[in-house]
Each structure stands twice: as C-alpha cells, then as structure tokens.
Design a binder for this molecule. Structure first.
Ligand code: PLP
Length: 379
C-alpha cells in the first residue's frame, strides 16, 4: 500500500531541524536565497499555503471592473476555487484534454466571453507544457496566473525556463504532500516579465503563530507519520490519532469550512522560524529529492508499464488506470483527484458552480485513474 508523506526523508530529524530554526533568525535570508536559486525570480513572498498566495494575488490586483470571471481548470483542488471566490470573482470551469490533464488552449478558448478577466493555468502530474505564450497571444488583456502547486524548480517541457515564470503571477505549495515541504506553506511569485506592479502585491497579509504552536505542528506531523506508516492504521493507531485530534487540536490541511466553499483569512498563518528551518533543509536537499522522485517513477513504470499513461521524470505523482491497480491491491490510499473539484463529491459539486457532465474529459480522468506517489515514503 502506498502512502506519500512528501519529501521528508528522515521524519525523526524534523523536530531537531525545527528547534534549530529558533536559534537562527537569519534562516529567512537563507530560504530566500535558495528559492531565488531555484526560480531565478526575486519578487516573491512566502505565504501560509498555496491557496492564500492565490488569494493575496487576486485581492491585490486592479482588473477591469466590468469583468469579473476567472477560468479555472476542471481538474483541480477545491481550495483554488474558494480563494478566487473569496477575492470577489466568479468561476467558470474549462475542460482539460484527455491526453494531457494540464490546461488546454482550445478548451480555454471555448470558455472566454466578455466577462472573463483572468485564467488559471495549472501543472499537475508532471505535465509541463507552457501554454501561457499561446494564451497571451490570443487574449493579451487577460490576466494569467500559474498554479504550480505540484511543481517546484522544474522546467517547462522543451524549454529552458523554470515553471511559474511565464505569466503575470504564480503560486506554489509547501504542504506536506507536495514537491518540497514546510509542513504547510506556499509561495507567491510575480515574475520579472509580469505586467503587475510588484509593490502592490509584495506584502504579506497574515500573522505568525507562536513558536510553541509551530513546534506543535511539527510534532503532529511526526506522530502522523508514525501512525500512518509504521502502524498501518491499526486500531491503536486510530485511537491515538483520535486522541491527537481531540487533545492537540490536530488539523488536517483541508478543513470543513474549505469543503463547504470558504476561504478564511483569519485562519491563515505565515511560517515561523521552526518551519522555515524545515523548508530551508528541504531546499538544500532538492537535488536528491528530485533524483529520488525520478527513481520512484522508474520503479512504478517497471511495475505498471504501459498502464502509466500520465507522468514524467521527477513528477509529484503519476496517474495509472484504476482498474489495473485495483486488480493488484484491494484498496488504494491517496486517490487524488477523485472529482473535477477534489475532494468534493459529485453530490455536492453543484454548490461550487460545477455542472456534472460539463467537462467530460476531466470527469473521465477522475473516474478512471488514480495516482502513485513519488515521495520518500511509500512501502
Ligand atoms: C493543483 C492544486 N492547486 C492548489 C492547491 C492548494 O495548495 P495548498 O494546500 O498549499 O493551499 C493544491 C493542493 O493540493 C493543488 O493540488
């Protein structure tokens, strides 16, 4: 069975790394330097998570007041939609192509009308075609944001340009399931080539937690790792987990208000020194994280061969046909994305303005494929 707890190779060292951060106030400069080294962009802000980065971008821009709609890929995470709506925009979903679950120009074109002021382009499951240039040519006035939450530091296919540097703004995630992690966290980037005035956006809205709360998050993650991986969901593990939720207030990344369509500014906290220290450690290890992911992909390909139709070299996850994996394993953990608006079920998806049957390719992908993790921990 596969669990992907992201890129943390030695979870037992997490607490030490976090504690070290308390004595290293300069760690923020190191993190900034290492991010710059990966992206080659200097205008960025570290945010509480990917969704708050998107929210910060959209709350700061001045767009044509007569236009109020963002186009969003129909194969994404619900928190993206919540942030767009919280910033005051409407959402229209565009379909993805079956042979490439990344945003597609032809599907986007079909959806652009007089109300559209912005487009979200995303890179998932290792698909990294740069379609920003084509969209810019066709719709030069439309504001383009790149959702790079499944990527960090990799390049567009057949281009020597780093992902997240082609559009007006981009955002990344450092959640524990992502390419590199700060146990929650995100990044807002305004590329050098953007039309945006960076001084409007380059501020951070959110407060920090106390050091104690930061350390608590690290401790919770560590315990979570042990329960999930070492005990494989035994009854004891579940009881300890339930205890943690009650006593320590353990919070999963997706909370109930997010599942019902809200983005709450007051629940977002910037990273403090302990988690910045973890992020710094991850950034330093990024080459080995990348080669581990590459090796993982090779292993999955050896196991599933041609059943793997989506995925590339050092991707976060790869997609494999569901029936094939279910033939091998009775059940599979970590299905992602399970609906066009993960993790919202088809029963509730209408509440988010998505009409079932409107984006058939995305629905087919969700129905027929599951993903295999390429992070450090899978057994
Ligand atoms: C494609 C995509 N965009 C955005 C996000 C949101 O990232 P975060 O959890 O850091 O807010 C996710 C999270 O899973 C995602 O998969």
């Amino acid at each position: 069975m596969s669990y992907d707890l992201g890129s943390v190779r030695r979870p037992e060292k997490l607490m030490l790394t976090a504690l070290r951060g308390l004595w290293s106030p300069k760690i923020i400069d190191d993190v900034k330097r290492l991010i710059y080294k990966q992206l080659g962009e200097k205008n960025f802000v570290i945010t509480p998570n990917g969704r708050s980065a998107l929210y910060s971008i959209l709350s700061s821009i001045d767009l044509d007041p007569k236009k109020n709609t963002f186009l969003v890929p129909s194969y994404t995470c619900v928190v993206v939609v919540n942030s767009i709506k919280a910033a005051g925009f409407e959402v229209i979903y565009y379909d993805v192509a079956l042979d490439d679950p990344v945003s597609q120009v032809e599907h986007i074109e079909k959806c652009v009308d007089d109300t559209v002021c912005g487009i979200i382009v995303q890179y998932v499951f290792g698909f990294r075609f740069n379609i920003v240039k084509k969209i810019k040519e066709k719709f030069p006035k439309i504001f383009i944001v790149e959702d790079c939450c499944h990527e960090f530091g990799s390049r567009y296919f057949s281009e020597d340009k780093v992902i997240g540097t082609a559009a007006d703004a981009s955002f990344f995630s450092f959640d524990h399931t992502k390419y590199i992690t700060a146990l929650g966290g995100g990044l807002l980037v305004i590329p050098e080539s953007s039309r945006l005035k960076t001084d409007v956006i380059m501020r951070t809205y959110f407060p920090r937690r106390s050091h104690f709360s930061e350390l608590k998050i690290v401790f919770q993650y560590y315990t979570f790792y042990h329960l999930k991986l070492k005990r494989k969901e035994s009854l004891t593990a579940r009881l300890i987990f339930a205890f943690m939720v009650r006593v320590f207030g353990f919070k999963p990344t997706m909370q109930s208000y997010e599942l019902s369509g809200e983005f709450r500014e007051r629940d977002q906290y910037n990273l403090g020194l302990p988690r910045l220290s973890i992020l710094c450690d991850q950034l330093k290890q990024i080459d080995s994280i990348r080669s581990y992911r590459r090796e993982s992909v090779r292993r999955w390909v050896a196991e599933y061969g041609s059943e793997i139709e989506y995925g590339s070299d050092d991707t976060l996850r790869i997609l494999v046909r569901k029936n094939k994996i279910l033939e091998k394993h009775k059940r599979y953990q970590g299905e992602w994305f399970s609906s066009p608006l993960h993790p919202i079920s088809y029963k509730h998806i209408g509440n988010f303005g998505y009409k079932t049957g409107s984006c058939l390719n995305a629905e087919s992908l969700c129905g027929n494929y599951v993903n295999l993790p390429t992070g450090y921990i899978h057994a």
